[in-house]
Write a protein that binds this ligand. Structure first.
Ligand SMILES: [Zn+2]
Length: 93
């Protein structure tokens, strides 16, 4: 068992998490013409990088999405960061 760091709940059992996507991957515009090849590429093509990678994960318990950085070779978790945008403090410019 490995512990994954949810930015909201802290370290939890890896079984409580689900991989979502590569950050920055853009869904194709489906309002126009899209080929089956383009759709399949969006769904299935991944960078599959070796070493430090950034991935979007969901903690199934709190349902929050966040970015986790981990090493795809050693499986070490290097950190996690919320996808929530922080609003500036009231009165800040
Ligand atoms: Zn959580």
């Amino acid at each position: 068992m490995q512990l994954f760091p949810c930015p909201f709940c802290g370290p939890r059992n890896e079984r409580e998490f689900h991989y979502v996507a590569e950050p920055g991957k853009t869904r194709p515009d489906t309002t126009g013409d899209i080929t089956a090849e383009d759709w399949a590429a969006y769904l299935y093509d991944t960078k599959n990088e070796k070493g430090p990678v950034r991935e979007v994960w969901m903690h199934l318990t709190c349902r929050e999405l966040f970015v986790m950085e981990r090493d795809s070779v050693t499986m070490d978790v290097l950190g996690s960061k919320t996808l929530r945008r922080t609003l500036p403090a009231e009165g800040a410019a």
